[in-house]
Design a protein around this ligand. Structure first.
Ligand code: SAM
Length: 424
């Protein structure tokens, strides 16, 4: 999509045509919809200098991206604008809003008449969340089409009084320009996703330099960023949504946690669970006084920590909350005598524990009359799909089979779900 074709959609006539396309039929019958649009005289009139096919493509792209965008932005996606890469790289709304809430607490760092900076603002998901909290913000992005899309989103969501975007480079020249700063470097190169922080754009040392020089800053990084790459002057927060790890947010200056709580796991729920209300979060902080988690034989309840807890290396802190002990010092399952339901983990009641053998597991599943088998594993190389077929389970009950190892010995635990209390 080129900028002129995108901008043609933003006129009143462009919006009218866009709004008139039924997303259901456009997805079901793209060719038919394209042919209807091609013969619509309003489309050619959007920009007489552009080929009609380009305008039709731009319209169809927006319609399909809005539909895809619902997964990240809910109903607001129906009013927003996207590029394929911009949507892919954007922060989902629940995370952007959570971070914006934390950031807005230090909005006082922005002097009157000034604005916070969102360097590498993309299509604007973070910028919009920040402005939605009343923080004046200027976005910067090096890609002209992305800038046009972010501007359109600011207008579409009625935030023009608080947010603006300019085309530019987020480089060392921006050091000191914004007292309050957010930066989400691009983690995609020409050949797909980039894992080495030095290959982010801007590179990691530039991004951390920008963030470290601000009075307060947040830098977004991949969830799998190596702990060794984390800057010493920042506190790190691993954020998951509905059990899926999404990112590591690094907080600098006035936004950093004090000494000690330099690592935090934050669990958000969008669709399900205890925290589905907007912005609600469960946290677990590092305890510098905590030693390693004890290791002990299995107790009645098995705890499966959320990936944010595991990736932030806070399993010992999680186990300490329930007086739990690991089954193996290298594996993130722990067990305890009591069941404490929390968004930070799933808790299961252990019905039986066996050294792993297909034959024994099959008869144990049969003895429980279980036909619905959920298989989870840590520290096990077993192919779970093959195991499910091999179990040939059929019965009215449900069971969760947890595969793990203790030392070098593989084990399986047959477990039942522990009920989830209602929120509040
Ligand atoms: C991960 S995306 C940002 C997503 C955004 N936070 C959101 O949620 O919508 C990164 C963006 O950085 C931009 N970018 C990459 N290198 C840049 C640079 N050196 N200066 C400014 N922008 C850059 C890319 O064009 C891309 O839009």
């Amino acid at each position: 999509m080129r900028v002129p074709a995108f901008e043609a959609l933003l006129s009143d006539a462009g919006r009218e045509v866009l709004e008139g396309v039924d997303p259901g039929s456009a997805v079901r019958d793209q060719l038919g919809t394209a042919s209807l649009l091609r013969s619509d005289p309003r489309v050619a009139a959007l920009d007489p200098d552009l080929p009609v096919s380009e305008l039709v493509n731009a319209l169809l792209t927006q319609v399909s991206l809005r539909e895809r965008g619902r997964a990240k932005f809910g109903d607001a996606a129906g009013r927003m604008f996207f590029t394929p890469n911009g949507l892919e790289q954007s922060t989902r709304r629940v995370v952007a809003e959570y971070r914006a809430g934390r950031t807005a607490a230090v909005a006082g760092a922005v002097p009157a008449g000034g604005s916070a900076g969102d360097l590498c603002c993309g299509i604007g998901a973070d910028l919009l969340a920040l402005a939605g909290r009343g923080v004046p913000v200027e976005g910067v992005d090096s890609d002209p089409l992305t800038v046009a899309v972010a501007r359109a989103n600011i207008g579409a969501l009625g935030l023009s009084d608080l947010a603006r975007v300019r085309e530019g480079e987020a480089g060392a020249s921006a050091v000191g320009r914004y007292p309050l700063l957010f930066c989400d470097p691009a983690r995609r190169g020409g050949r797909g996703r980039v894992f080495d922080p030095a290959a982010y754009s801007p590179p990691w040392d530039v991004a951390t330099g920008l963030a470290g020089a601000a009075e307060a800053a947040c830098l977004k990084a991949a969830p799998g960023i190596p702990h060794e790459a984390l800057p010493e002057d920042a506190s790190a927060e691993w954020i998951s949504v509905d059990g899926e790890l999404k990112e590591t947010a690094l907080w600098f200056g006035a936004l950093a946690e004090g000494a000690g709580a330099r690592r935090r796991a934050t669990v958000l729920h969008e669709r399900e669970g205890l925290l589905a209300r907007e912005g609600a979060a469960a946290h677990l902080d590092a305890d510098p006084g905590a030693g390693p988690a004890p290791v002990a034989p299995a107790r009645r309840y098995l705890y499966d920590p959320d990936p944010a807890v595991v990736r932030s290396h806070l399993v010992a802190e999680a186990a300490a909350r329930v007086d739990g002990a690991l089954l193996d010092e290298r594996i993130a399952y722990f067990t305890a005598d009591t069941a404490a339901v929390s968004p930070l983990w799933r808790v299961l009641e252990v019905v039986e524990m066996l050294p792993f053998s297909l034959k024994r597991l099959r008869s144990a599943v049969r003895a429980l009359d279980a036909g619905t088998v959920t298989i989870k594993k840590r520290g096990s190389a077993v192919d779970t799909e093959k195991l499910r077929r091999d179990l040939r389970a059929s019965g009215p009950e449900s069971v969760t089979v947890v595969l793990t190892r203790i030392g070098d010995r593989p084990f399986c635990l047959l477990c039942r779900e522990v009920g989830t209390p209602s929120p509040g």
